[in-house]
Design a protein. Structure first.
Length: 175
């Protein structure tokens, strides 16, 4: 679109450019450097970024132990979300275990969270770190979360999420 009043040539072009740069400089001085914000997912999956962070965390821990990386189990994501919602509503950890075809499950049951990605990611990483710190060792009941995350027999994983009334429920399903 051509707007005659926007056409600057020669000297006026340089003046306009200098004024523009001055305005930007003044804005940065007054407001500070703009923060970069992680872009939201464009896949249509509202939990996509958290799913990636969930599997990345687990794969980083496995890499430290020279254990093969887990594949993202995308086919079970919707089921895992449904499972997390059912567990949250019944307030029973592992209450729907096995319904998505998983062989093992870790659960972050109802951790306090708000609706922002940054907060949910922080809450999730805190929960996953606490599960990782359980191991290694026996008895299994005291180290089961760690054992699931580090088990080289599991080849894929998904994380299911549900948020209700400030409570974030996460099911980490392994196969």
């Amino acid at each position: 679109m051509y707007l005659p009043f926007m056409r600057f040539t020669g000297k006026w072009n340089r003046v306009f450019w200098a004024l523009s740069m001055s305005c930007i400089s003044l804005f940065i001085q007054a407001c500070g450097t703009p923060e970069l914000v992680e872009a939201p997912s464009v896949s249509g999956d509202t939990w996509d970024d958290l799913r990636r962070a969930c599997i990345d965390f687990t794969n980083e821990k496995r890499a430290d132990m020279v254990i093969d990386q887990l594949e993202r189990w995308t086919a079970a994501e919707a089921c895992s979300d449904s499972q997390a919602t059912a567990d949250l509503n019944s307030d029973v950890a592992h209450g729907n275990f096995g319904k998505c075809g998983e062989m093992a499950q870790n659960t972050c049951p109802g951790w306090n969270a708000d609706s922002t990605f940054a907060n949910q990611k922080s809450v999730m990483l805190s929960c996953l770190q606490s599960m990782w710190e359980e191991g290694p060792g026996t008895p299994y009941s005291s180290h089961g979360h760690y054992i699931n995350m580090s088990n080289p027999d599991y080849q894929r994983m998904t994380c299911g999420f549900s948020l209700k009334n400030g409570r974030l429920w996460i099911n980490q399903n392994f196969q």
